[in-house]
Design a protein around this ligand. Structure first.
Ligand code: NZQ
Ligand code: ZN
Length: 394
């Protein structure tokens, strides 16, 4: 049975080679005249992209100022700094040039400017709901988080080590400029972490005990198989434009809601579990997901057996075994083999972290606080389940 849904994908996508040249016109189209160019550590500067964008804005007569320094698992402190800078400069549009971390930092600045008298972190603690967000545009440099079209924003409070999300259509970017060539400078580990994250955004929506629609499943399965194929290509041929393009578009479609329509909203517990690992150990998000997924899957699969069997047969192309449980387990193993093939971890040790029992308890407590209540669709999980899943993933 399909659930009712509403679908409103608000982001204008401009896709293809040299698409960043259109950024000035796009900003004007969405009413921007004084722009903050927001970016990360160094990649967008060293590639010359930031200088090119500044020149484009100059040629369109658009005022701009800049703030770099966004780190992966972006920090609340820089969000506060960016907010003050934007107020001082009278900024009316934020242009994020980078990946999920830069885009999320831009979204949080947007929220902060939308309600300037309030503390933005309250949104991430779910103490209040957002009422306004300044407009954001994006020039994407890594295919991964899907933040360029998503409603989601994930920020880390570096003082408390809490990584928390806030979801609202208000924060969806006005436009996403997507040139696959810009992703060719990524190290393989980042490319593959991105592919793991992209797949997980659809897998989170696939492993449900809610309603499912055949059309949604077909889109999801096609997307997952496309990413599996092209992640392997990029592992050996990182400058393959076609593969970069397939993965880039899959990244947006995977997290703009399309692959979950007609379901009950999805599971998202691998993400919740990983966000705690990111908050405590600062791991790369997609790699963290790959490291926790197998443990989560083995813990819940019996409670969501038909979906795990479908995944095994249709996505991982497993030949069915004599019973469903064996088929489902073969599918999980095939997924882990794929992770190994593209250099992704399948447990925390391979990820490079070794949490103690005490650290696991802290993550589990924080995770249930972030969830608000026992959560999940493949299986409803609470704090003691989180502890088991973390321990089984060591
Ligand atoms: O800082 P620079 O020097 O740019 O380096 C970045 C960073 O180290 C580098 N990079 C990006 N583009 C590059 C490049 N290096 C070379 N060439 C390029 N073209 O890649 C590294 C990772 O960047 P980051 O933005 O952190 O990656 P990603 O897009 O994976 O974003 C991860 C963040 O997004 C959150 C994650 O939790 C994490 O904080 N997520 C956001 C979501 C959303 N808003 O919808 C959903 C996701 O589930 C996720 O939780
Ligand atoms: Zn993700």
């Amino acid at each position: 049975m399909a659930f009712d849904f509403s679908y409103h994908s608000l982001t204008k996508v401009v896709f293809g080679r040299d698409s960043e040249n259109k950024v000035g016109k796009l900003i004007k189209e969405f009413g921007g005249s004084r722009v903050l160019i927001h970016y990360g550590g160094k990649s967008a500067v060293s590639s010359g992209l930031i200088d090119r964008i500044k020149n484009i804005l100059d040629s369109e007569g658009i005022y701009h100022t800049e703030l770099g320094g966004v780190v992966p698992n972006p920090h609340l402190g820089l969000v506060r700094e960016g907010t003050e800078l934007c107020k001082k400069e009278g900024i009316d549009f934020i242009l994020a040039v980078g990946g999920g971390s830069v885009i999320d930092s831009a979204k949080a600045i947007g929220y902060s400017l939308g309600e300037p008298d309030k503390d933005v972190w309250e949104l991430f603690l779910h103490e209040r709901a957002p009422k306004a967000c300044f407009p954001i545009g994006t020039v994407l440099t890594i295919s991964a988080a899907g933040s360029e079209t998503s409603a989601s924003c994930v920020i880390t409070n570096e003082e408390t080590k809490e990584k928390r999300s806030c979801n609202s259509d208000m924060a969806r970017p006005k436009f996403a400029v997507m040139n696959p060539v810009l992703t060719m400078t990524l190290p393989d580990y980042q490319t593959q972490s991105g592919c793991a994250d992209i797949m997980m955004h659809t897998m989170e929506r696939y492993f449900t005990n809610g309603g499912n629609m055949e059309i949604t499943d077909s889109i999801a399965e096609g997307l997952l198989k496309t990413v599996i194929k092209n992640a392997k290509i990029l592992h050996t041929d990182p400058e393959n434009y076609e593969a970069r393009a397939e993965v880039m578009w899959a990244g947006s479609l995977s997290h703009n809601g399309l692959t979950g329509l007609g379901t009950n909203g999805g599971d998202f517990m691998s993400h919740k579990l990983e966000h705690e690992m990111g908050g405590m150990f600062d791991v790369t998000h997609g790699a963290g997901l790959a490291a926790i997924w197998g443990s989560w899957a083995r813990y819940v699969y019996k409670n969501c057996l038909d979906r795990f069997v479908k995944y095994a047969v249709r996505v991982m192309e497993v030949v069915p075994e004599e019973n469903d449980e064996k088929t489902a387990l073969k599918g999980i193993e095939a997924m882990e083999q794929f992770y190994r093939k593209i250099g992704m971890p399948t447990n925390m040790r391979e990820l490079g972290i070794e949490p103690t029992d005490e650290e696991i308890e802290i993550m589990a407590k924080s995770c249930i606080r972030a969830c608000g209540k026992p959560s999940g669709s493949a299986m409803v999980l609470d704090e003691k389940d989180f502890i088991e899943i973390y321990k089984n993933a060591r």
